[in-house]
Design a protein around this ligand. Sequence first.
Ligand code: AMP
Length: 368
Amino acid sequence: MIKLHDKYFRPYLTEQEILAAVKKIAGQIAEDYKNETPVFIGVLNGSFMFVADLLKEYQHNCEVSFVRLSSYSGLSSTGIVETLIDVSDTIEGRSVIILEDVIDTGRTVKQLVHMFSNSNVKEFKIATLFYKPSVYSGEYNIDYVGIEIPNKFIVGYGLDYNELGRNLREVYQLNQNNMINLVLFGKPGAGKGTQANFLKEQYNLKHISTGDVFRYNIKNGTELGTLAKSFIDKGELVPDEVTINMLKEEVEKNPDASGFIFDGFPRTTAQAEALDNFLSTKDMKIDATIALDANDEVLIQRLLERGKVSGRSDDQDESKIRNRFEEYNQKTAPLQAYYNKQGKFHTVNGIGEIKEITTRLSKVIDTL
Ligand code: AMP
């Protein structure tokens, strides 16, 4: 086991296994391109070792260049900022082979395809050393694949965790045994968001509030925002498929989190099942679902108060609030039985001082 920053990683692929995969790709490309001079384009930073070793194995004429794409993530992530360096105009009429260290969801691939779509290259191929088939969108064909791997966070051989680990000759996998994943459960106004903000600091967790992500999208006028608004404004739930996909993306954006607090998700049985299935593909699980209990009349008063300052349209009208409770009773309340069956359901009293309630939640979390 090795430690990088605050996390532990265990050995996953040896140097020998990696070099064998690199050699395999070099051989396949040589078969296809030995009679011309292809231009290899490495995607920085992660691919530098792969490119170096591949070129050592490639025994025919070739040229090499690099591009760099930087992505930013978080609640607001909208994609990738592209910067193109050192790819000269001479790629026109040439066969270009992109060399990627790892392909997971395919967001980078999409951006690369977009970048090169205006250039008049003869052929455009994609080679990746590591490939995560379980999360790849499948939008473009990947021409050369070194090793298929599960959807777990890896470091080494050029790949980093917050810039550390690139110099390792082997590949390591994040050790997720001590992860904590929580669902905060309860009616609108129960204090899930407020408490999540304290718990995320205390336990170093990533807080995902589907309501916040929707509101962010509405504020920024995205397609998702426009769709969600039509439901939120009426106090109805946004359709499962949309919400589930969005949630998965939020989790994927934080591959190195020590755990998650899911706030406002799941809200239906289909969402809970999708969450369990999704987490299991990543060797993760929900450890506890903790409900904040409070009665409707207290909650309605809280929400109306919140509506005066937050400007949330769904908090300002008692009939919309009652509709949200109705949605909760019909669609969300059955999740208590779902998590009870798994022995994961806990309830704490959600009425009292904010600090007192945080202490009640911590008591449950500390027993996990
Ligand atoms: P919240 O901030 O959690 O109260 O969510 C505000 C609104 O966003 C809800 O009333 C729903 O319309 C929508 N929403 C948030 N999370 C979900 C979810 N998991 N499933 C469906 N709709 C959701």
